[in-house]
Design a protein around this ligand. Structure first.
Ligand SMILES: Cc1cc2nc3c(=O)[nH]c(=O)nc-3n(C[C@H](O)[C@H](O)[C@H](O)COP(=O)(O)OP(=O)(O)OC[C@H]3O[C@@H](n4cnc5c(N)ncnc54)[C@H](O)[C@@H]3O)c2cc1C
Length: 429
C-alpha cells in the first residue's frame, strides 16, 4: 500500500508520524515543496542572524496533541519549551495572573487579584464565564467577538486589555471580525479546562524547526518514510481506484497544504467538496526581532503592548525581543525602520533605561498570508472527501480552532486515521 502525503508543515508531519506508527508496513512518501519541513512554523533563512523563526509562535498547555507528538518523535516539551502560568501584562499597568489551579478557581483568583479593573467588572466577568461554562461554550448563533462581548455586557477594561488582545493573538483576526464561536472553543480548552496547566504559556527555547520538524524528519527516516523536499506537486489525478501524483501511483493521498495552495492542486475535484478554498480571506503577521544588548530583559517574558502599533512582545533571551503585528491594521503602512522605531519607543515605556537610546538592529519577517481570517460561520474543508482514498489536512480543516499548530496537528492525525481505516477496509475486502 503506497500512501503520499503532500505538504510537510505540522499537519503533514503529524499525518506521517501517525501513519508510520499505525501502518508500519505501508510505503509512505512525504512531499514538501520547500527546502525543509515545517511550513509556516520553522526556522527562518536569514543570512546574518541565527535561530530566528519565520514568525514568533506561542503554544499553550492545552496543545495536547502537539505536545504528545513532540514526545512521540523523542522531543522533551519540558526541555524545549519554557512553561509559565498565564499572565497578561501590558505597558499601561494592567495585569491578570492565573495561579496553577484548575478552572474555575484559576480564573476566579486571577480576576480577584487583577490590577486596573474595578470590582463590579470583575464580578460581571466571573458570572459571564460561569454562564459560558454552563452552556459548554456553545453559542446558539455565531457572530463577531465584538458583538458577543457587547451582548454579554463585557464593555470595560477587561474587554480592551484582556479579551480583545487575546482574540487577536489566538485568532489573528480582530474582535470586530472574528468568530465568537471559535474564540469560545479556545476559551473552553484553556480557561474553561478542568486540567491544571491548560492555560500555561509555552514559549519555545529553541527554533521552531528544532521543536518538531527536524526531529520528526529523523524519526520518519529511521522508519523508512521517504521525505522528498524541494518537490512541489503540481499534478494529482484519480486513475481508476488509485492516484497519479506527478506520474507516480499511490493508493491513498493526504493533501496537507495551506488553503491557498489547495485549489490549484485539487481543482478538478474541488467542485465536489462542500467548501471553496478560494472563498477564504487571509490575514498577515509580521514579526520584528530587535537585537538589544544581552542584558536587556522584559519584566515578564510575554508582554501585551497597548495604545501603539505593537501587540505582543516576547523575550527570546540574550537581549532578543520579538514583537508580533497581527492581522490587517495600521502597522501595515509602516516600513521596517519605522516599525522598529515605534516599537523601540513602546519598549522604552516598559524599560525606562532604553528611553534615550536609538532603536537596535532588527530583522523584519512578514507573512502576507499567515492565517485564514477566522470569520463567523466560516465553512471549513472536511478531512474526508467524496473521493476514494483522498483526505485533506491542515489548520484550516480543524473546525473548532483558528489557524494554530494544535489545529494543524489534530487535523493531520485525524486525516491519517481516516486513511488508515480506509486501508484496513481495503485489506479486508
Ligand atoms: C507568523 C506566524 C505566527 C503564528 N503564530 C502562531 C502561534 O503563536 N501559535 C500557533 O499555534 N499558531 C501560530 N501560527 C499558525 C501556525 O503556524 C499554522 O497554523 C500552522 O503552522 C499550519 O500548519 P499546516 O501544516 O496546516 O500548514 P503549512 O504550515 O502552511 O504547511 C503546508 C506545507 O505544504 C507545502 N506545500 C504547499 N503546496 C505544496 C505542493 N503543491 N507540493 C508539496 N508541498 C506543498 C508548503 O511548502 C508547506 O510546507 C502562526 C503562523 C504564522 C505565519
Amino acid at each position: 500500500m503506497k500512501i503520499a502525503i503532500i505538504g510537510g508543515g505540522w499537519a503533514g508531519i503529524a499525518a506521517a508520524v501517525e501513519l508510520a506508527e499505525r501502518a508500519p508496513a505501508a510505503d509512505l512518501t512525504l512531499f514538501e515543496a520547500g527546502r525543509r519541513l515545517g511550513g509556516r512554523a520553522k526556522q527562518a533563512d536569514v543570512a546574518d542572524a541565527k535561530n530566528l523563526d519565520n514568525g514568533q509562535h506561542i503554544l499553550l498547555g492545552a496543545y495536547r496533541d502537539t505536545l504528545a507528538l513532540m514526545q512521540r518523535v523523542g522531543v522533551s516539551p519540558e526541555q524545549k519549551l519554557q512553561r509559565l502560568p498565564l499572565q497578561v501584562r501590558d505597558n499601561q499597568g494592567f495585569r491578570l495572573a492565573l495561579p496553577r489551579l484548575s478552572a474555575p478557581f484559576n480564573l476566579a483568583w486571577g480576576l480577584l487579584t487583577a490590577q486596573s479593573v474595578n470590582l463590579k467588572e470583575k464580578f460581571s466577568c466571573a458570572l459571564w464565564m460561569q454562564r459560558l461554562k454552563r452552556q459548554q461554550f456553545w453559542l446558539e448563533q455565531d457572530c463577531s467577538v465584538a458583538e458577543w462581548l457587547t451582548a454579554a455586557g463585557q464593555i470595560g477594561v477587561l474587554r480592551q486589555r484582556l479579551w480583545e488582545p487575546l482574540c487577536l493573538a489566538a485568532l489573528n483576526t480582530p474582535a470586530e471580525r472574528a468568530s465568537a464561536q471559535v474564540f469560545a472553543y479556545v476559551l473552553r480548552d484553556s480557561l474553561g479546562s478542568a486540567e491544571s496547566g491548560a492555560t500555561d504559556l509555552l514559549l519555545p527555547r529553541d527554533t521552531l524547526s528544532a521543536l518538531l520538524p527536524e526531529p520528526a524528519a529523523a524519526w520518519l527516516q529511521a522508519r523508512e518514510v521517504q521525505i522528498r523536499t524541494r518537490q512541489r506537486i503540481r499534478r494529482l489525478q484519480p486513475v481508476d481506484s488509485v492516484w497519479d501524483v506527478e506520474g507516480e501511483i499511490f493508493n491513498q493521498v493526504i493533501v496537507a497544504v495551506a488553503p491557498q495552495h489547495l485549489s490549484a492542486l485539487i481543482s478538478p475535484l474541488a467542485p465536489t467538496l462542500p467548501f471553496s478554498a478560494q472563498a477564504l480571506r487571509f490575514e498577515p503577521i509580521a514579526t520584528i526581532y530587535l537585537h538589544y544588548p544581552s542584558s536587556v530583559a522584559l519584566p515578564f517574558p510575554l508582554m501585551s503592548l497597548q495604545s501603539g502599533v505593537g501587540q505582543w512582545l516576547v523575550d527570546r533571551g540574550q537581549g532578543v525581543l520579538a514583537a508580533s503585528f497581527s492581522a490587517h491594521n495600521a502597522w501595515e503602512t509602516l516600513k521596517g525602520d519605522e516599525l522598529a522605531a515605534v516599537l523601540h519607543k513602546e519598549i522604552a515605556s516598559l524599560l525606562p533605561d532604553l528611553a534615550n537610546t536609538s532603536p537596535p538592529p532588527h530583522h523584519l519577517i512578514k507573512e502576507q498570508r499567515a492565517t485564514f481570517s477566522c470569520l463567523p460561520n466560516l465553512p471549513r474543508c472536511p478531512q474526508a472527501t467524496p473521493w476514494h482514498g483522498l483526505f485533506i489536512a491542515g489548520d484550516h480543516t480543524w473546525n473548532e480552532y483558528p489557524a494554530t499548530l494544535e489545529g494543524a496537528v489534530r487535523s493531520g492525525i485525524q486525516a491519517a486515521r481516516l486513511c488508515f481505516a480506509n486501508e484496513a477496509k481495503a485489506l479486508n475486502t
